[in-house]
Ligand binder design. Structure first.
Ligand SMILES: [Zn+2]
Length: 337
């Protein structure tokens, strides 16, 4: 398939007849998110929704008037709970009286963040970064910044339609298989259409960057990197010339090579950390500075620690690094020799 020029903010490009690519700007990296519209009989199925901001709502309003050829949105499918994907889903569902399709875990996670007490949620973040040995300025940054999830996400409907691994959805007369990705989010829905050899990959497999793989603050001892790498293996059975539509960046072919590259990237990062954890061992923040030597912004510290813990926990799971209490009470990660 020929390369398609990416749409600008709120613009629409046709990938195939009945499959539209929409792009919305984000107020944070990675700068924009791709959304998809699949023609579905008398209406359209929207995949993901952008963040709850006026410019995204205005872009949707323009799309309703122009690109949808007078047809309504009849279903809203959200790939995962992150705010750039779920942000306007509740608004879309209410506006069109459309059902919300999500995996159960992603729906519950989103609802939980929307209902959680702000102070308790921030304290949960602080506790993880503090235990990692991050400087106190990150605590102050969190206090100033506050909660970012709820302001960016419109209230979700209280009921949803569950989609699960292996489900076959009929959309526009074609069959789409639900393949559940893991690691970046707990149970991310991706969709594969064998007839079109087309994968809507969400954030599971991105073309240039590795998706962010960090621990959840509710599960700081988890192994999301192990989950991510294992989940990616599911996509090897899809044909090599599958056309991949990612949520960030441009559509691409070369799925298997991309899976290899992601595995290699993380294997290198793991070896680098294993080396750095020799001798005295490191705190999780110390390990974050090894992984991200050039990142200085306080606002990025939470992501750095999340990703550092994901790699350290993978090494612990593999028996390559041990987690020990340090003299200052903070855990140290030390390479077994
Ligand atoms: Zn995303």
């Amino acid at each position: 398939m020929n390369a398609i020029t990416p749409p600008g903010m709120g613009e629409v490009r046709e990938v195939l007849p009945g499959l539209l690519w929409v792009r919305m700007d984000l107020p944070f990296p990675p700068k924009n998110v791709n959304l998809w519209l699949l023609e579905d009989g008398e209406g359209w199925l929207a995949i993901d929704s952008g963040v709850q901001e006026d410019h995204c709502r205005a872009a949707w309003e323009r799309i309703f008037e122009t690109a949808l050829a007078g047809k309504p949105i009849t279903r809203v499918l959200v790939t995962h709970f992150h705010l750039d994907h779920v942000g306007l889903a509740g608004w879309l569902c209410e506006k069109w009286n459309a059902p919300l399709l999500m995996t159960r875990t992603e729906f519950l996670q989103s609802r939980l963040f929307l209902l959680d007490d702000d102070g308790a949620l921030l304290e949960q973040f602080r506790a993880v970064t503090r235990e990692a040995g991050a400087p106190g300025e990150y605590d102050r940054h969190l206090d100033e910044r506050g909660q970012i999830y709820r302001p960016s996400v419109a209230p979700l409907p209280t009921r949803f339609t569950r989609i699960a691994a292996g489900d076959r959805l009929t959309i526009g007369g074609r069959e789409w298989e639900v393949i559940v990705g893991r690691g970046h989010a707990p149970a991310m829905a991706t969709l594969y259409c064998a007839e079109l050899k087309l994968l809507i990959a969400a954030d599971q497999i991105l073309p240039r960057i590795s998706p962010y793989i960090g621990v959840s603050v509710a599960e700081p001892d988890g192994d999301p990197l192990g989950e991510f790498l294992a989940a990616n293996e599911q996509y090897r059975r899809l044909p090599e010339d599958t056309y991949v539509l990612p949520s960030h960046g441009e559509p691409f072919t070369g799925l298997h090579a991309r899976i290899d590259a992601l595995a290699e990237h993380h294997a290198e990062r793991l070896s680098m950390l294993e080396e750095a954890c020799k001798g005295e061992g490191l705190t999780a923040f110390g390990a974050a500075l090894v992984l991200f030597p050039h990142v200085k912004a306080v606002s990025q510290m939470g992501f750095m620690v999340g990703e550092s813990l994901a790699h350290l926990n993978r090494l612990v799971t593999l028996g390559r690094v041990m987690r020990l209490p340090g003299e200052d009470g903070l855990p140290r990660y030390r390479t077994l020799s």
